[in-house]
Design a binder for this molecule. Structure first.
Ligand SMILES: Nc1nc2c(ncn2[C@@H]2O[C@H](COP(=O)(O)OP(=O)(O)O)[C@@H](O)[C@H]2O)c(=O)[nH]1
Ligand SMILES: [Mg+2]
Length: 267
């Protein structure tokens, strides 16, 4: 995990170019950020690309993150002028809060009632889940619009709010070993690009350094508990590690935030 790995070779520039183009027709940018990694799970390019557009930060996976840390992140983003909220993106009723945030932040920034919004985030941050939750309550589908791409559809979320159905994927900016294992653990890195055993080990080491009394098992204990044993008694660490990562993402180890606004860890 020491090396810098180009997880998205060549894609970064292309993704950024497309998003930049879409953003021209947007009033509001809704950024979906995994509440467990609000530093690593973003790409600072978006701040520059969004320019002065109104920003809504949706800290999703609130159900998996430490609530007190999420509260501090909400204050952090609010301080930077975004309208921030924490949610479980799978719950459709939460989408109403996003629709309201889009409408209000657009009104504040443009003075106009009409808002067009787009969802952006790193891979696996929960963009599609949020779009689906939002569209479930969309009342009317608007016509295809020329300008961006022919496939683009707009949905009306509220009388004055339109959402583009296709979210923008912006690769995370991976700037260090800690960001690598955190992104991998949270699912933002394709499976074939990391070693699950290294990720599980890095996480547990990190956790013990902060909470020596933590009852979260290390990989070995987990493998034994869950019966990851091959014929002959040898432990199947590879499959155990994958299951370990799934357990983390199912909340089996409790609500754990991997980053705090002032933890001083490099992303
Ligand atoms: N626990 C939890 N899971 C979520 C949440 N939002 C999304 N997911 C799950 O995360 C996975 C990736 O979400 P998806 O919307 O496909 O991410 P995308 O790549 O950004 O479009 C899916 O299995 C979702 O069910 C959330 O708020 N809480
Ligand atoms: Mg998606």
């Amino acid at each position: 995990m020491e090396r810098e790995v180009a997880w998205y070779p060549g894609h970064m520039a292309k993704a950024a170019r497309r998003i930049r183009e879409y953003l021209r027709s947007m009033d509001v940018v809704v950024e979906v950020v995994d509440a467990r990694i609000p530093r690593s799970g973003r790409n600072a390019l978006l701040d520059e690309m969004a320019g002065r557009r109104a920003r809504v930060v949706a800290l999703d996976r609130h159900d998996l993150a430490d609530p007190a840390t999420t509260k501090r992140w909400l204050a952090y983003f609010a301080q930077r002028g975004a309208s921030a909220l924490a949610l479980d993106a799978r719950v459709p009723r939460n989408a109403a809060r996003i629709a309201t945030a889009i409408e209000e932040s657009s009104k504040r920034s443009t003075g106009r009632g009409m808002a067009r919004a787009m969802i952006v985030g790193v891979p696996n941050s929960g963009k599609s889940t949020l779009v689906n939750s939002l569209l479930r309550r969309a009342s009317a589908k608007t016509a295809n619009r020329a300008g961006v791409t022919r496939q683009t559809q707009w949905f009306r979320l509220a009388p004055n709010v339109e959402l583009m159905d296709t979210p923008g994927v912006l690769p995370p900016k991976i700037s260090g070993a800690a960001a690598q294992w955190k992104l991998a653990l949270c699912g933002a890195v394709p499976r074939e690009r990391y070693d699950p055993q290294e990720v599980a080990a890095a996480f547990h080491q990190w956790l013990l350094a902060r909470k020596p009394a933590s009852s979260v098992p290390d990989l070995q204990a987990f493998a034994a508990q869950r019966g990851f044993v091959r014929r002959g008694g040898e432990i199947d660490y590879h499959n155990a590690a994958q299951s370990y990562i799934s357990a983390f993402n199912d909340g089996a180890f409790g609500r754990i935030s991997l980053e705090a606004p002032d933890d001083g860890e490099a992303a």
